[in-house]
Design a protein around this ligand. Sequence first.
Ligand code: FES
Length: 142
Amino acid sequence: MSNQEHSEDVYEILKNTGYSDKAIQYFQTNENTGIIENADQITDLTGPCGDAMKISLNIESGKISDAKIQVLGCPGAVASGCAVVNLAKGKTIQEASQIDLDLLYAELEKLPEKKVHCARLAIKILQKALDEYSKKQQELLQ
Ligand code: FES
């Protein structure tokens, strides 16, 4: 089976289980996946299902100048992780801290109902990373 045929099969499966085209695209292009070397903030989080994410952020003058995510998990987790990073890039820390499940859902358009916790995990890791970064900054000021 060619790669093209394989990705068409994956598309069909995800479409039939309730993923939007946009969510499938996030999953298939793997946009924003990876890790930033020497990032300003690297945070790990494992969900109750056992899926794990690692987010890395570069922050310049209070703005998220670059962000990447590594996901060891289901298509819902990959799509959510990639989308949350896309939403966070270019935002200030304050703006990024407002990213919630509604905003992520609007970006993904549709996930299967059983996959809400995957999107929640992506929101949680972003917020955890921002909290950890802010704490580190405060400690530096003390
Ligand atoms: Fe665990 Fe999707 S099943 S994050």
